[in-house]
Design a protein around this ligand. Structure first.
Ligand SMILES: *[C@@H]1O[C@H](CO)[C@@H](O)[C@H](O)[C@H]1NC(C)=O
Ligand SMILES: *[C@@H]1O[C@H](CO)[C@@H](O)[C@H](O)[C@H]1NC(C)=O
Ligand SMILES: *[C@@H]1O[C@H](CO)[C@@H](O)[C@H](O)[C@H]1NC(C)=O
Ligand SMILES: *[C@@H]1O[C@H](CO)[C@@H](O)[C@H](O)[C@H]1NC(C)=O
Ligand SMILES: *[C@@H]1O[C@H](CO)[C@@H](O)[C@H](O)[C@H]1NC(C)=O
Ligand SMILES: *[C@@H]1O[C@H](CO)[C@@H](O)[C@H](O)[C@H]1NC(C)=O
Ligand SMILES: *[C@@H]1O[C@H](CO)[C@@H](O)[C@H](O)[C@H]1NC(C)=O
Ligand SMILES: *[C@@H]1O[C@H](CO)[C@@H](O)[C@H](O)[C@H]1NC(C)=O
Ligand SMILES: *[C@@H]1O[C@H](CO)[C@@H](O)[C@H](O)[C@H]1NC(C)=O
Ligand SMILES: *[C@@H]1O[C@H](CO)[C@@H](O)[C@H](O)[C@H]1NC(C)=O
Length: 475
C-alpha cells in the first residue's frame, strides 16, 4: 500500500496534468477555435458556477459538424459521446441554425470535450446567466428601400420615460419636437444582409461569427460606426438606424441584426425598387419621428443621398409646424390633466396620434407594383397603391407636385382612426367611412377589417410584414 502522502502527491500530479491538458474557459467570455487550435485532448475546463450555460456556435458550413459533450461531474475529465446518457454527462444540442446551449448547474465546474472537430471554426462561451450564443425572437425593422438603398433599424431597446404632463402646468411637446437624450451605452448591434438568392445564405449557420465573416461583394456588414446613429421612432424604444447604399435594383434581400457579435435575430426580407424608381428616402426628422420612407420630393443636394431635417426646405416644414401648433393650441383649450375626456387616452396621446397622421399626409409615400413576383407570396393582398400623375396637384398640403408620375402608397386608415379615438370630440377630427370613399385616400381593410368601429380582423393585420410586403403607410 502506498503511503497516504504519496497518494496525495500522485493525485495532485494527475490533477496538474489534467489541468495542463485542458484549457480553462473563462466565465462570460467567448473563445473562437478550430480543429488546429484545439488542445490535445480536445477538452476544456469549465469554471464552477451554481448556474451555468455552455453555448457553442459554428462559424462556417461544413460536411461534418463537431459535437460537444459536457460533464459537470469533475471526476469525468474527458467525457466522450459514449458517456452521454450517464449521470452528469450531456451533449450540447446543436440546432439547425448552428447554435446550441446547455444550461444547468456546475457547482464544482466541469469539462467540455469536442468530438470530430475537423476544420470548421467554432465559438464556445460560458456564462453564469443567459447563454452567450442565442437566436433572438426580435426582428430588425424595415424603413423603406429605393432602387439601390435601404433604411433599416435594429430591434428596439431602452424605452424612453413616457411624457406625462400634469395639471395645472400641462405642457405638450412643441411642433419641432426635441428628443430626450439617448441611452449612454446602447447595445452593440451590427447588421448583416445579402441577396436572398445568395448560395452562401442557404448553407451558412445563422450565427454571429458566420454572418459577420461574410465579405463578398454582395454582403453588407454594418456596425454601430457605420450607422446613422440612434433613433427614437416610437415609444417602443431606441433603435440603431442604418441607411445603406450600393444595393442592386429589384432584388430580394435577407437581413439579420446581431447583438454583441453572438446573438442573432430572426431574419427579415426586403425588396429594392426597380431602376426607374425616383423618390428619395426622407428620415431622421425629429418632428416626424416615424417618417422613414421614400417621398415624392426632389432629390437632396449632393452629397446627401437622402433627405433629413437638414435638407428639407422650410417651405415644407413651416406649414407642418403651423398646422401642428394650431392643433395643439385648440387641444389645450381643454383642461387637459384636470378633466378627462376618456378613461383610456389623454391630450398627450391625442397630439402624438395627430402628429403621426399629419406626417403621413404631409409626406406621402412612394412605392411601386412588385416587379419581381418570383418567391413572392401569392396569397398576399395587393398594397394600397394609386397612380399619381405629375400633372395633378400634390397629395400633400405642403409638397410641390412631383416631377414625374409615381405610385402613392396610401396611409393606413388606422393611422387616421387612431387620431379619432385619441382626441376629444370637440376637435372635430373625422376619418372617412370605410364602406364609402375611404379607399380613395387610405389603405382600408389591412389592419382592421374595414367595418366601422371594428378593430382587428384585417387581411394582413399589419402595415408590413417580415417578408418584405408593405400594404399601406402606417406613418
Ligand atoms: C440560479 O437559477 C435559479 C433559477 O433558475 C435562480 O433562482 C437562482 O437565483 C440562480 N442562482 C444564481 C447564483 O444566479
Ligand atoms: C449536473 O447538472 C444537472 C442538471 O443541471 C444536475 O441535475 C446535476 O445535479 C449536476 N451534477 C452535479 C455533480 O452538480
Ligand atoms: C438553449 O437550448 C434550448 C434547447 O436545448 C433551447 O430551447 C433554448 O431556447 C436555448 N436558449 C437560448 C437562449 O437560445
Ligand atoms: C411647466 O412644465 C415645463 C415642461 O415640463 C417646464 O419647462 C416649465 O418650467 C413648467 N412651468 C411651471 C410654471 O412649472
Ligand atoms: C427645430 O429644432 C432643431 C433642434 O432643436 C433646430 O436646430 C431647428 O432649427 C428647429 N427647426 C425649426 C424650423 O425651427
Ligand atoms: C461590437 O461588436 C462587434 C462584433 O462583435 C465588434 O467587432 C465591435 O468591436 C463591437 N463594438 C463595440 C463598440 O464594442
Ligand atoms: C419657398 O417658397 C417661396 C415662395 O413660394 C419660393 O420663392 C422659394 O423659392 C421656395 N424655396 C424653396 C427652397 O423651395
Ligand atoms: C394657425 O392659426 C393662426 C392664428 O389663429 C392662423 O392665422 C393660421 O391661418 C392658422 N394656420 C393654419 C394652417 O391653420
Ligand atoms: C423575398 O424572398 C422570400 C424568400 O424567398 C419570400 O418568402 C418573400 O415573399 C420575398 N419577398 C417579397 C416581397 O417578394
Ligand atoms: C373602394 O371601395 C368601393 C366600395 O366598397 C369598392 O366598390 C371599390 O372597388 C374599392 N376600390 C378599390 C380600389 O379597392
Amino acid at each position: 500500500m502506498l503511503p497516504l502522502t504519496l497518494v496525495c502527491l500522485l493525485q495532485s500530479i494527475i490533477g496538474a496534468f489534467a489541468q495542463q491538458a485542458s484549457r480553462q474557459l473563462v466565465l462570460n467570455q467567448v473563445v473562437r477555435l478550430n480543429g488546429a487550435l484545439l488542445p490535445n485532448p480536445p477538452t476544456f475546463t469549465i469554471p464552477s458556477s451554481p448556474n451555468i450555460s455552455v453555448s457553442v456556435a459554428l462559424c462556417s458550413a461544413g460536411i461534418s459538424t463537431p459535437r460537444f459533450i459536457f460533464s459537470n461531474d469533475t471526476s469525468i475529465t474527458q467525457p466522450s459521446l459514449n458517456d452521454v446518457g450517464q449521470p452528469n454527462v450531456f451533449e450540447v444540442p446543436l440546432g439547425s441554425d448552428g447554435i446550441g446551449n446547455w444550461t444547468g448547474h456546475a457547482p464544482d465546474g466541469g469539462f467540455l470535450t469536442v468530438s470530430g472537430a475537423g476544420q470548421i471554426p467554432f465559438e464556445v462561451g460560458v456564462s453564469d446567466q443567459e447563454p452567450l450564443h442565442a437566436t433572438l425572437d426580435d426582428l430588425p425593422f424595415l424603413g423603406d428601400t429605393t432602387s439601390n438603398q435601404v433604411l433599416l433599424f435594429s430591434p428596439p431597446f431602452s424605452r424612453p420615460e413616457p411624457n406625462s404632463p400634469a395639471y395645472p402646468n400641462y405642457t405638450l411637446p412643441s411642433a419641432n419636437l426635441s428628443f430626450p437624450v439617448g441611452p449612454s451605452s446602447p447595445p452593440n448591434y451590427t447588421l448583416y444582409f445579402t441577396p436572398t438568392s445568395s448560395s452562401s445564405l442557404l448553407s451558412l449557420p445563422r450565427t454571429g461569427c458566420a454572418l459577420r465573416a461574410q465579405n463578398g461583394p454582395n454582403d453588407f456588414n454594418e456596425g454601430p460606426a457605420e450607422s446613422d446613429g440612434l433613433w427614437l421612432r416610437d415609444e417602443g424604444g431606441w433603435r440603431w438606424q442604418w441607411l445603406v447604399g450600393g444595393l442592386s435594383p429589384s432584388t430580394n434581400y435577407t437581413a439579420f441584426a446581431i447583438l454583441d457579435g453572438t446573438k442573432v435575430t430572426k431574419p427579415i426580407n426586403f425588396v429594392t425598387k426597380s431602376g426607374s424608381f425616383e423618390c428619395p428616402i426622407v428620415h431622421s426628422l425629429p418632428y416626424c419621428p416615424s417618417t422613414a420612407y421614400a417621398v415624392p420630393i426632389a432629390a437632396p443636394p449632393s452629397p446627401a443621398i437622402a433627405h433629413d431635417a437638414s435638407t428639407l426646405s422650410e417651405n415644407i416644414t413651416n406649414p407642418l409646424f403651423e398646422i401642428l401648433t394650431n392643433f395643439t393650441t385648440s387641444l389645450l383649450t381643454f383642461p387637459c390633466g384636470r378633466d378627462a375626456y376618456s378613461q383610456l387616452v389623454s391630450c398627450n396621446d391625442c397630439q402624438t396620434a395627430y402628429r403621426k397622421w399629419l406626417c403621413s399626409v404631409v409626406f406621402p409615400r412612394c412605392s411601386e407594383t412588385s416587379s419581381d413576383t418570383s418567391g413572392g407570396s401569392v396569397a398576399s393582398p395587393s398594397p394600397a397603391l394609386v397612380v399619381q400623375r405629375s400633372s395633378s396637384s400634390s397629395r400633400s398640403p405642403s409638397l410641390p407636385a412631383f416631377s414625374s408620375d409615381y405610385m402613392a402608397l396610401l396611409p393606413c386608415l388606422e393611422t387616421c382612426t387612431a387620431v379619432d379615438r385619441a382626441c376629444p370630440v370637440f376637435m372635430g377630427f373625422k376619418c372617412p367611412v370605410p364602406k364609402f370613399t375611404a379607399n380613395k385616400t387610405y389603405g382600408v381593410g389591412f389592419i382592421d377589417d374595414g367595418s366601422e368601429g371594428i378593430q382587428g380582423g384585417g387581411k394582413t393585420g399589419a402595415a408590413q410584414d417580415e417578408w418584405g410586403n408593405v400594404w399601406c403607410n402606417a406613418g
